[in-house]
Design a protein around this ligand. Structure first.
Ligand code: AHG
Ligand code: MN
Ligand code: MN
Length: 337
């Protein structure tokens, strides 16, 4: 079976002027993912052994996993030298490296080092999300916020790692989506899911329904549509919601479905972050033949204004996202930004 490294190298040959820098950057992310995976697996074990009470060290360790993952990806990208700046969920400000090597780097990365972190303690799937852009500032100096504040349409690569019942890395460089499963016995990501295509329609909707009363009318109407009896079109659908965007999206990507985190009257922009959650996941959805939207417009077309900007998010099978957009348009024009 083909390894991630072999596959990335092979793909590089498809781009005649490629210098190998993006290839190296993706390799670095793969290595950091393996280190994070090892630590996440240990977290479960540590929990079993940690019986000292509520203020035990394990509790702190688990919270530290967010920080640990962040540090590992930053370290890998810093040492690699291809990346000159990082926007991370864990850092308020842009991370730049004051080194000659990194300042020469052509790329910038936006990442959520540990997504779904409330699920760490309970042995439920979590993930890492990343996206890569070509810098717009001149190489030779530190990367700038402007390098990161590019619309998703400018993305050159995106992916996620899912630490689930098995660990997978799924990524795209704009030429389809491929998935690799980590074989822990040899420590290699192996191509297990070539050319992933999301079904045009599905029967799963994923949303935190506890927020129902605060949802826009359009979302309420769409949920009603999902629950209606119409056996010919596969309704009622079924709900699946893990609370880790990566895990919810991964399932819907393979099975067909829609994930929604809408805005509410109090929080018009919803919860999820445009740069390192919605845009990379949206890029993968589109590359697999699906859609990503804020309810009215394509997520990737939004011009970001700040690193931690939020956006309402509807992503998944194209027909389902279009249907949700239809209801938003019809019932919730007041939510249009
Ligand atoms: P993070 O752990 O990086 O803060 O992200 C959690 C996100 C996303 O992964 C998930 O789908 C969503 O927040 C869950 O939010 P609710 O608990 O509000 O449903
Ligand atoms: Mn997240
Ligand atoms: Mn996170």
């Amino acid at each position: 079976m083909k390894t991630l490294i072999e596959f990335i190298n092979e793909k590089q040959a498809d781009f005649p002027f490629a210098t190998g820098e993006l290839t190296r950057l993706l390799n670095d992310i793969g290595i950091a993912a393996k280190i994070v995976n090892r630590e996440i697996n240990k977290a479960g074990l540590a929990d079993i052994l940690g019986f000292e009470g509520s203020t035990n060290v394990q509790g702190e360790d688990q919270k530290k996993l967010d920080v640990f993952a962040n540090d590992q990806f930053i370290k890998a990208l810093k040492n690699g030298g291809q990346c000159c700046a990082i926007a991370s969920e864990e850092n308020d400000e842009l991370i730049t490296f004051d080194s000659e090597l990194s300042n020469k780097g052509k790329y910038v990365v936006a990442m959520d080092p540990l997504d779904g972190s409330s699920n760490i303690e309970v042995n439920v799937s979590i993930g890492t999300i990343f996206s890569v852009y070509r810098r717009i500032s001149e190489p030779g100096s530190c990367g700038t916020n402007a390098d990161l504040l590019q619309p998703g349409t400018e993305m050159v690569a995106a992916g996620y790692v899912i630490y689930g019942s098995s660990t997978m890395l799924v990524y795209s460089t704009g030429n389809g989506v491929n998935g690799f499963t980590l074989d822990p016995s040899v420590g290699l990501f192996l191509l297990s899911h070539p050319e992933i295509k999301i079904p045009e329609n599905g029967s799963i909707y994923s949303i935190n329904e506890a927020n129902y009363i605060h949802f826009p009318e359009g979302v309420k109407e769409y949920i009603r549509f999902c629950q209606e009896d119409d056996p010919d079109s596969g309704r009622p659908y079924t709900t699946r919601y893990i609370g880790s965007l990566v895990a919810d999206f991964h399932r819907n990507l393979l099975r067909g479905g829609i994930y929604m985190y809408p805005g509410t009257k109090k929080r018009k922009d919803g919860k999820l972050r445009l740069l390192y959650e919605c845009n990379p996941i949206g890029f993968l959805a589109e590359q697999a033949g699906g859609k990503a939207s804020d309810g009215f417009r394509r997520t990737l077309g939004i011009k970001p204004e700040s690193l931690h900007q939020r956006t309402p998010f509807f992503v998944g099978s194209s027909e389902m996202v279009e249907k949700a957009e239809y209801f938003m348009h019809y019932y919730s024009k007041d939510f249009k930004s």
